[in-house]
Ligand binder design. Structure first.
Ligand SMILES: [Zn+2]
Length: 84
């Protein structure tokens, strides 16, 4: 499974030293609440479900191949031929 860290930065360009809170809104947005120590500012970053999807790394090709092979073995065990 691939993993990509969410890039957080203040308006001043500094990455936050710590995240205060991660939450969700009633309109299905993820919100990250963090503190910028460089300029003493509290910041909120909001992401919609679609934006979260776009931020995800592409599916792991090796995992997909393995999964397809597992599926083929399972189907063959049921007597169903799988085209290669
Ligand atoms: Zn800042």
């Amino acid at each position: 499974m691939g993993y990509r860290a969410m890039q957080l930065a203040c308006y001043c360009g500094q990455a936050p030293e710590r995240i205060l809170e991660v939450g969700f809104t009633s309109d299905r947005h993820m919100v990250v609440h963090f503190w910028c120590a460089a300029c003493n500012r509290v910041l909120f970053i909001s992401r919609s479900l679609d934006e979260c999807g776009l931020a995800c790394p592409p599916p792991d090709a090796e995992a997909q191949t393995q999964s397809a092979a597992d599926d083929a073995r399972f189907l063959q065990s049921l007597g169903i031929a799988v085209a290669e």
